[in-house]
Design a protein around this ligand. Structure first.
Ligand code: ADP
Ligand code: ASP
Ligand code: MG
Length: 432
């Protein structure tokens, strides 16, 4: 039985969490073949801020951010290993000085290239610490560099996997000892660092599972499984125990943040089940995503915040016909944007997009010459799988709907954030 485990940032956020992870593995009857690990806590966000500082002109801001990363990681090392054994601290220091050197080398390079050189240090640091800790407590493992195993093309920040080369390299690893591999990162065959997209460590676990033809993947989260809504935002969300790959792909695509959308296809292709379980309550029954979908018809709710609505109208009052749509979507693709909702009419196209200033600006600029634009900011998109009309009415009551879309399986409603509650409630049987 070849099992792949993936632990995300929350499960290794500090020394206490890493100790807990060690106990969880020591007490588990299954020993994974490979452990995929993300960066500790919110390190990736901190690295994005470091990158912005490196590209800006405020040297002291940059230094402070680098120092904060250093302090966090060294404090974890010290809490785990004490001050005597400096071997791990030395490796962490060496990685941090590589990180610093990369900033000097790439700060004037193309941003996406600089990004991929920088951002993976979170995973390099975390795996160095976790691997050493597990060896320390008798859970023998080998640390591997994902940049020599997960081989991709050079599409920075959203690299495409070279499956044949990656399979060959992963299959050459020893199956006798557990391997620890960074999530989220890879490299081209020529050794240029790449990343798979934010939150991409789930996808890394699926890549490794696919290439090793694993029997199952377990992603360990701070929630006991996949729910029919984010349990942080819906006070009566409930766990879905058995979901099909197809339904889980739909939920992830609509923005259910618990699983990266690219994770499921490589698993479905090899019929490898994915279990979502909690590192906080490891004995609780997990959600299982496989061919079987007992809970597929359960209504599910997905919130996407920080949305922008662009209403696009040709300035010459012509139709928003196929050539015009082709032109607009071409610019959308060039800007690296994804339309979360598409609505329209004869002379209008409405697009709901993530508020991503660096991507929106070039898109808006391209449109401005030929189109009149109306823009609404600070919106919340609610997507519902398998809704009933009564549920939709209950969830929309008292709120202006700025755009909407419905088909047989999914309904979407765009609201002003200011008109939405902080915590939602799924309508019960009487009102839904
Ligand atoms: P990781 O540590 O692996 O990066 P994430 O933070 O990406 O974990 O995912 C776990 C979080 O996903 C949970 O804390 C939960 O608030 C959120 N979440 C969003 N939608 C769902 C859902 N449908 N089911 C379960 N959790 C969800
Ligand atoms: N550390 C990366 C991120 O925060 C990848 C991941 O956690 O999945 O996006
Ligand atoms: Mg995540």
């Amino acid at each position: 039985m070849t099992t792949i485990f993936k632990f995300g940032g929350a499960s290794i956020k500090d020394a206490e969490a890493i100790r807990h992870l060690g106990k969880l593995l020591a007490g588990s009857h299954e020993r994974p073949q490979v452990l995929i690990i993300s960066a500790m806590g919110k390190t990736t966000n901190a690295l994005e801020a470091l990158l912005a500082a490196a590209r800006g002109s405020d040297e002291s801001d940059y230094r402070q951010r680098l120092q904060a990363l250093r302090n966090d990681h060294l404090a974890t090392v010290e809490a785990l290993f004490g001050t005597q054994d400096n071997a791990v601290a030395e490796r962490v220091e060496a990685l941090l000085s590589d990180l610093d050197a990369c900033q000097r080398k790439y700060r004037d390079a193309e941003r996406a290239h600089h990004y991929d050189r920088t951002i993976g240090f979170g995973e390099l640091l975390s795996t160095t610490i976790v691997s050493a800790w597990l060896n320390e407590i008798g859970i023998d493992n080998d640390w591997h560099d994902a940049r020599q195993l997960i081989i991709t093309d050079a599409t920075h920040q959203a690299a495409n996997v070279d499956w044949a080369e990656t399979s060959q390299r992963l299959q050459a690893l020893s199956s006798k000892r557990m391997g620890i591999i960074q999530g989220f990162i890879g490299a081209t065959a020529a050794g240029e660092s790449t990343t798979l997209g934010r939150e991409g460590s789930d996808f890394s676990a699926a890549i490794v599972a696919h290439c090793l033809d694993a029997s199952e993947v377990v992603i360990w989260k701070d929630v006991p499984g996949l729910f029919n809504a984010d349990p942080r935002r819906f006070d009566n969300a409930r766990q879905l125990m058995q979901i099909s790959y197809d339904e889980a792909i739909e939920l992830a695509w609509l923005g259910a943040k618990v699983i990266h959308p690219k994770t499921l296809a490589p698993l479905r292709e090899r019929q490898i089940p994915l279990k979502v379980r909690s590192f906080k309550t490891p004995d609780a029954a997990p959600s299982v995503i496989s061919e079987q979908g007992d809970d597929d018809a359960t209504p599910a709710y997905i919130l996407a915040e920080e949305q922008v609505l662009l209403d696009i109208q040709p300035q010459d009052f012509s139709f928003m016909d196929e050539p015009r749509q082709h032109q607009v979507f071409g610019w959308l693709v060039d800007a690296g944007l994804h339309a979360n909702l598409i609505d329209g009419g004869a002379m209008r196209l409405s697009l709901c997009l993530d508020a991503h200033p660096a991507r929106l600006e070039p898109f808006v600029e391209a449109l401005a010459a030929d189109y009149d634009l109306t823009r609404h900011d600070d919106l919340t998109l609610l997507s519902i799988r398998h809704p009933t009309q009564a549920q939709l009415d209950a969830l929309s009551a008292g709120r202006e709907v700025l755009a909407q879309r419905s088909n047989a399986f999914t309904a979407q409603r765009l609201f002003r954030r200011g008109e939405c509650p902080e915590t939602w409630r799924i309508p019960d049987g009487r009102d839904g």
